[in-house]
Structure formats: C-alpha cells, structure tokens
Design a protein around this ligand. Sequence first.
Ligand code: NAD
Length: 508
Amino acid sequence: MQNKCILFIYAKLFYILPSLLIKFSATIVEKIANYIDGQLLEPTAGLYFENISPITGKAFSLIPDSDEKDVELAYKAAEKAFHSWSNTPATTRSKIMVKIADLIAENLNALAKAESLDNGKPLALSTSVDIPRAESNIRFFATSILHWSSEAHIMENNAINYTNRKPIGVVGCISPWNLPLYLFTWKIAPAMAAGNTVVAKPSEITPYTAFLFSKICIEAGLPAGVLNIVHGFGNKAGNAIVSHKKIKAISFTGGTSTGAHIASIAAPMFKKLSLELGGKNPNIIFADADFDKMLATTLRSSFSNQGQICLCGSRILVEESIYEKFKSAFVEKVSKMTVGDPMYPDTKTGAVVSEAHMNKILSYIELAKKEGGKIICGGERKVLSGELEGGFYIQPTIIEGLPQACRTNQEEIFGPVVTISSFKTEEEAITMANDTQYGLAATVWTSNLSKAHRCAAALDTGIVWINTWLLRDLRTPFGGTKNSGVGREGGFEALRFFTEAQNVCIEL
Ligand code: NAD
C-alpha cells in the first residue's frame, strides 16, 4: 500500500499547480490520485485515462480508472472511520468542516482556474459561483448540524416518544460534471456533518477540483477514512459503489437514464436513494412582466454555464401579445454574446464540457431543423483560433416554430440551445409547461401577484422562481417531480436523508 501512496508534499505548490497546468497544458500531464483512508493513492490496477480540457481539446491530466478493488479499499477505510466519526461531537465535526470551507476560500483562484480548465466554464463564473458555492455548501452544513434537533411526541396517557436520528453508516455520493465541486460538496457536506463516512465519485469528465479538494481535506485535518474519493468511470467505479452490499445509501445527481439504472440496482438492495436528475424547464413570460429585468435574467437562465445547468430554462413560453417584441430583443442580445476563451475575465460564454457532448448538442440542433424548427440565432459550432482551435464551442442558439410535442421540446439537450413558443392564455401556458416527463424547475414572469401564486400551484415542478432565477437559499428543499428525481436535498431535508430515524417510546 505504502509504495503506492503518492507522497503528499505539504506545500502551497499543490494549489499553485492548476495555474501552472493552464500555462503549460500542452506539456505537463499530471496524475490525479484517489483519496482513500486519508492518503493520495494510485488506482490498484495502475490504469489511467486522459482528462481532456474542453478549452483546447487537449489532455492535461490523467484520471485513475478505478475499479471495485479501489471501491472496496475506500469502503473499508470508511467503515473503519465510522465509529469514531459518528461519535465525534458535532461541534468538533463542525470545526473541521469550517476549516475545509476556509481553505476553499483561501484557494479560490486556484480552484476556479482548475474548474474552468476542466469544465470549460468561464473563469468569471467559477470564481463568482462554483467555488464560492462549494465553500458555502461545506460551511452551511458544518453549522446547520449545530442547529438541528429531532422531534418529540408527548402522548396524553403518560408516554413520550422521541426521534433519535442516527447516521446511516457508509454512504455513497455520485456527482455530475456541470457544476463539479459545487455539486460534489452539496452531497458530501450533509453526509459528513450528520456523522456518516463517505465513498464519493466525482464525474470522470471533471474530476480535477475534487482531487484538489482531497488535499484540502488532508490539510484541514479531516480524520482518515471519513471521506474517500474514488475516481473513474460510472459503469465501473460508480457501479461498484451503487452495488456494494454494505454501502447503505446512495445520493446521486446526474442524468435521468443513469438514475433509473442506479435505482434498478439499489432499490432491490433496500438502500436509501436520493436522485436529482434531468430537467426541461419552462420559462413562462407574461405580457405584464417587468420586461427589462425579465430579458436580462432570461439571458442568464438560458445560457449560463453554456446552458449546462439542470435548472436552465430551455423552453421559453411567451404570451402572444409580446412575442415579437421579446423575440427581437432576445435575438439582438444573444447575437451579441461572444463565445471566447473561458480564461479571459470578460468571457461570459465558454466551452461545452466535451467533444461527445458538443456533438450531442449539435445533433439536437439538426433534429430541431428536421422537426420544422427555424434557427433564429446561432446554430453552429464555433471554432476559435490558435491554442483554442481544438476546443468545444457552440454559438448560443435560439429556435422557434416547434410544436410542444416534438423531441426538441421534450428531451433534455443540456447545452446553449433554447426554444421559444407563444401562448394565448394562462391555462395554455401551464399545460405547455407541464407537458414533459420532467418536473425540476420553472420560472414565471408576471407583475400580477395572484397569477404568480396560481401558476406556482399549478406547475408540477419541485422549484418555481417568480420574477427571478437561480436565487438559492440553502435551507430550502431542492429537487424535482416526475422523471426529474426522487427526494429532496438542501437544509434539514439533506440531514434527514443522511440519517435513520428511530422512534423511542417511553411509558412514564
Ligand atoms: P451522468 O448520469 O452521465 O453521470 C453522473 C454521474 O454518474 C457521473 O459521476 C458518472 O460517472 C456516474 N455514473 C454514470 N453511470 C453510472 C452507473 N452505471 N453507476 C453509477 N454511477 C454512474 O450525468 P452527467 O452527464 O454527468 O450530468 C448531466 C445530467 O445531470 C443532466 O441530465 C442534468 O440535468 C443532471 N443534473 C441534475 C441536477 C439536479 O440537481 N437535478 C444537477 C446537475 C445535473
């Protein structure tokens, strides 16, 4: 084991590394390590695959191709750590996690650069959203565990029940590539805060900041085995986590079909399951909306992170009387959005995450044309010059003229592509909005308070934003209805998921 351990050099060099990699990405290829039992380890089989930066299309690091042996090592470390961690006072767990949050804040710039290099998102976004939110996730659950209490039910005939919320044991957390460190920490933070130990797998498409995070955990003094990070493919390392007999709960965020597959394995094993899946979110714009605020926010809700946020409003439904006004104003703004080098501070639209994903998005644009859609903005791959020539860039794209029932309006594209359609009545807008397999989020723009409440109640989605988008309070329940998932994350909902409730009844 020891000779496989990659020496951890306690130095800031680790945090400087991503910026070096950015400068010399053509020549330096670094090996990412698993984080198991407090150590940075090579995968047992010694296999790796390339980590491609979507900015250039070139490899900049190597990812462990971990298998069930690595997952077993991670499980054993987590099992060994569980007794001690679950009996560690919440105040101590909290202090260690606050230290992790502090270190994320201290290393904001290096983590943000690494996230953009790995994912293709604009540096401005990873600096202002992804990494600060990862810090907040850890800090939020580090402190919320101190304010959590369980219920008591007093019976009239001299008995008392109280709910003992116990950590589950070893839990599995699997996260996607679109908000890499943001969603990774959103899962592991409540799991660890509640006293569980964790085997986690970040997306193999964007593993780099989770690797840097493992170094932060070491520096913060997180006891060995509390968090174990196994890198690798979903159908290999991920599958080994999901099908592990003794991992008792799985928290998964990713695609709906992957979620269905995971459920088919985990459900017969009676694991607790939290599934945060895909979306095809409606953005309903009524004629009485504050037009300027709506337009500025709709640009963000359509194209932030190149449309690769599960909450992006990809179906824009506009009241008929302002359809033409909206269309020309929206097209004018979107056509001025420049797709550029994610590392430039002014870039608002960067690369999509991979070549395969770029091709999937482009194939949906072709499908939209076949389905009778008219591309009124964008619609093409964008090839940038110099070092970025091999990167994966797509112009922000607007499509109109498609029926609600077509595949382009029903399936998740998850890229910088939106459709716009008109509606005549509130009832019609709600029918169109609800007419998909998904139910993650919806946005409603209106200045009529009663209409806003009516729409919120009628929308079959887990989240409704009124006159805003992506305004998040971490205490609120987060999740979707229908094929967008099962369960809720966020606040005490997440702490409830990561604990078993035991009722204790005492006759007095
Ligand atoms: P994905 O389903 O391909 O992969 C997600 C994770 O699951 C990755 O870590 C992957 O390695 C792992 N995985 C894949 N197959 C597996 C298997 N058989 N067993 C175990 N693990 C497996 O999703 P993605 O492409 O990384 O992410 C994009 C999707 O995530 C979109 O559908 C998006 O809407 C969704 N998403 C949802 C939310 C939400 O909160 N609802 C948030 C972000 C992204």
